[in-house]
Structures are given as C-alpha cells and as structure tokens.
Design a protein around this ligand. Structure first.
Ligand SMILES: Nc1ncnc2c1ncn2[C@@H]1O[C@H](COP(=O)(O)OP(=O)(O)OP(=O)(O)O)[C@@H](O)[C@H]1O
Ligand SMILES: [Mg+2]
Ligand SMILES: [Zn+2]
Length: 323
C-alpha cells in the first residue's frame, strides 16, 4: 500500500479533529445535563469514584478484594440504572453524553487496533479518485462496462481483444511497484482509454496512488512550471508525474513534439523506469512512428521496456453512434 502521502496526512489530521470534536461535544452535553439535573451530576460524581474504586480493587488479590470488587461493580451498575431512568425521564436518548463518533468501529481514530479502519480506507480511496485526474471517465469506463461484442465481426480481432482484456485485468489485480510498463497501441475508438481507466480505478481501490494525464496536459504542466505560463488554474506539480505509483499517459503523440517536450518525456520515463514505478502509455502511433517522432533515447525506452498491447477492431465510438 502506498497511499498518496499528502492525502494521508490530510485525512489523518481530519480524523484527529473529528475525534476531538466528538469528545468536546460529549463534554458540552455533560455540562448541559449537569446544569439541568443536579441528581445526574451527583450520580456522575459517584460513578467516577466507583470507577476509581474498581480500578483499585482490581489491583489486589485474594478473597477480600474479590468481594470488594463485586460490591463496587454492583454499586456501579445500580448507579447506571438509576442514571438511565433519570435521563429517560428528562427526554434524552440513552447515549446522550457519549462522544457522537461518526464511526463506532474505530471511534473516529481511523484505526481498529493497528489495522486501518474501513471508513478511513474509503476516504483515502475517494480522495485518490478525486486527485487521479480521471474525473468523469471513472464513472462510466470500467471492466464491467467493457464489452467484447464490439469486436465480434472478426474472430481473430475478437480473440486479440479478449486477451488484452485478460492481461489488463490481471495487471490491475496484481499491480505493485515493479509491475510491467505497458503501451496500448491502436487506432482511435478501440478502448485504450476505457481499459486504462478501468485499470486505474482498480489499482486505486487497492490502495495505490494513480495519476492519469493526457500528454498535452502533462507537457503544459511542465511548461507552466518552467516559464510560469499556461492556462492557469488546474496546473499540477510536475513532481506528481514521477511520484505516483502508476502513471497513465494518454494520447501520446497528440502533442506538438519539440526539444522541450522531448526532454520532459525523457525525464519522466527515465526516472520512472529507474525507480521501478510503472507507466501505461496510450497512443495512436505505431512503433515506426514512435521511432520517427521521438529521440532515440525515448524510442528505445518505449519500444524496449514497455510491453506492447495492440488494440484492434472497428471504432467503438462510431459503432455506438450507429446504434
Ligand atoms: N469494448 C468496449 N465496450 C464498451 N465501450 C467501449 C468499448 N471500447 C470503447 N468503448 C467506448 O467507446 C468510446 C471510445 O473508447 P476509448 O476512448 O477507450 O478509445 P481510445 O482507444 O482511447 O481512442 P483514442 O485513440 O481516440 O483515444 C468510449 O466512450 C468508450 O467507453
Ligand atoms: Mg483515448
Ligand atoms: Zn472507522
């Protein structure tokens, strides 16, 4: 597991605040109740004493202590019963002065023992979805919504696409640092973005930090970082491209390639390869076109290190429009 560090810090801090708030609220309610009911205030004082007595008695051994322990325990229960009745008569719920935790399981600590509570894991995953750059794509493009029917016209193509689907599914289920680098090659509308989004979602669910970007947006971010120009607003820190566990670089080849974009691309790929952080590239370019377009240092990395998956068939975008 390698949750995005910034998200983790932020969510841990939010849990601490949540926990403190629940306790402050319990204190506030206790004070309110005591002001309203001196009888309950008196019982709560006695309960606090009884609690201390139980703790003391439990330290001792022998028959005498055992009897004493049983007696204070009995007194304690009697006080609690009395308190419950008073509380009910005043019209309060039975748990009124307990801290109102959002999650009873971890009492808003985010952990059950040493294990992360499901509620915190869910928050981390939601934050990761939010920051993955996938946005709306994530809602519709999943393994479940990917149909092999669109490739049926040609049995060879259908088989090839079934294999791609299986490979990507297995990849997502087993993803870890050091997983393969992949390049999804093929014409427009064949499901490259769709399946890489499905992979991203599954890998995020499994607790990894995934970043999805279009090539144009990535180069714009680098340009912005270097020259302070660009479209503003949603500019990402270029370190994000190297830091994430899985980078999905979509539509490589749609950018205007120049020396600057070449150096950025080289830097990102080279660092990620050295750090054994996997990347998935999607492109309409062929291997030959990659060689022609990029420097040798880039092309040899892409063609030598990335495992190619060729997408085939008839433009699914068009098939869907025709229906
Ligand atoms: N096998 C499939 N089952 C269901 N929907 C699909 C399938 N393949 C593609 N689609 C849908 O068709 C549209 C185009 O697919 P996608 O964006 O994945 O193509 P692409 O290969 O990335 O194309 P491009 O090269 O133009 O980026 C999307 O809306 C996608 O959800
Ligand atoms: Mg695409
Ligand atoms: Zn919890």
């Amino acid at each position: 597991m390698a949750y995005n560090k910034e998200n983790y810090r932020r969510i841990r801090a939010a849990y601490q605040t949540k926990y403190l708030k629940a306790h402050e609220e319990a204190d506030r309610r206790m004070a309110e109740l005591h002001a309203k009911s001196p009888a309950i205030a008196a019982i709560d004082r006695e309960l606090a004493m009884a609690g201390a007595e139980i703790a003391m008695a439990a330290l001792g051994t022998g028959k005498e202590y055992k009897e004493k322990l049983a007696a204070v325990k009995e007194k304690n229960l009697a006080l609690q019963r009395e308190r419950a009745i008073l509380l009910k008569n005043l019209g309060y719920p039975a748990d009124y002065t307990l801290p109102p935790y959002e999650c009873e399981l971890c009492q808003d600590s985010g952990f059950v023992g040493t294990k992360m509570c499901e509620c915190m894991r869910r928050e981390l995953v939601l934050a990761a979805y939010e920051e993955s750059g996938l946005g709306e794509l994530m809602k519709t493009q999943s393994f479940e919504s990917f149909s092999l029917d669109y490739y049926k016209a040609d049995p060879v193509e259908a088989e090839k696409m079934q294999k791609n689907l299986e490979i990507l599914h297995t990849y997502a289920e087993n993803f870890d640092t050091g997983a393969d680098n992949l390049i999804l090659l093929g014409d427009t509308g064949l499901g490259k973005t769709h399946l890489s989004t499905a992979v991203a979602r599954r890998v995020i669910d499994r607790g990894f930090d995934v970043y999805y970007t279009g090539a144009i947006a990535m180069f714009a971010d680098f340009e912005h970082a270097r020259f302070g120009t660009g479209l503003g607003e949603q500019m990402a820190d270029p370190a994000r491209y190297v830091d994430c566990d899985l980078l999905i670089l979509d539509d490589l080849g749609t950018e205007v390639t120049n020396q600057f974009t070449n150096s950025c691309l080289y830097m990102v790929l080279d660092q990620r390869i050295n750090l054994r952080r996997p990347t998935i590239i999607n492109t309409n370019l062929t291997g030959k076109e990659i060689r022609a377009r990029y420097t040798d240092r880039i092309a040899s990395r892409i063609l030598g290190v990335f495992k190619p998956l060729l997408f085939v068939g008839t433009d699914v975008r068009r098939q869907k429009l025709m229906k």
